[in-house]
Design a protein around this ligand. Structure first.
Ligand code: SF4
Ligand code: SF4
Length: 124
C-alpha cells in the first residue's frame, strides 16, 4: 500500500476514476462486507508513484483528512496486512493470495514509517 480511506468518507466516489491502477472500490464493490465506506485495495495501490506527485485519490477527495497513509505493501509488512481486519486481500488463480510477500507494491520512500504508523492524513 498504501493509503487507507477512513470512516470520514462520504462515499461520493470522486476518487475512484482518478486511481491510475483501479485500486479503489465503491461500497457496493468492496471486498470488506463490514465496511460502509469506499475501500482501497492495498494489493493494488502503488501510492501513485510515477503517476502523480501526490496520491490522486487524496487530491480528488472533498473530505479533509479522509485518506491516510498506511504501511508499505512490502514483505516486511506481510503479517500486518494478512492478519489485519482492515483489509481483505484478493487472490489470483496463478499466484494465490496476493500478499505483500507474493506481490509487493511500490511505495513512496519519502513517507516515514512513523507517519504511516500514525496514519497521518495524506497531504495534497
Ligand atoms: S494512492 Fe494512487 S494508486 Fe493508491 S489508491 Fe490512491 S489513487 Fe490509487
Ligand atoms: S473522494 Fe473521498 S469522500 Fe469521496 S469516496 Fe473517495 S475517499 Fe470517500
Amino acid at each position: 500500500m498504501a493509503v487507507m480511506i477512513t470512516d470520514l468518507c462520504i462515499n461520493c466516489d470522486a476518487c475512484i476514476d482518478e486511481c491510475p491502477v483501479g485500486a479503489i472500490a465503491s461500497v457496493d464493490d468492496s471486498p470488506r462486507g463490514d465496511w460502509e465506506y469506499t475501500y482501497v485495495k492495498p494489493e493494488k495501490c502503488i501510492e501513485c508513484v510515477e503517476h502523480a506527485s501526490t496520491p490522486a485519490c487524496a487530491a480528488a477527495c472533498p473530505t479533509e483528512e479522509c485518506i491516510v497513509w498506511d504501511m508499505p505493501y512490502t514483505a516486511e509488512h506481510n503479517d500486518y496486512y494478512v492478519n489485519s481486519s482492515d483489509y481483505v486481500i484478493s487472490s489470483s488463480k496463478k499466484r494465490g493470495l496476493l500478499s505483500p510477500e507474493v506481490a509487493p507494491q511500490t511505495f513512496r520512500d519519502d513517507i516515514s514509517d512513523e507517519m504511516r504508523q500514525a496514519r497521518e492524513a495524506v497531504a495534497v
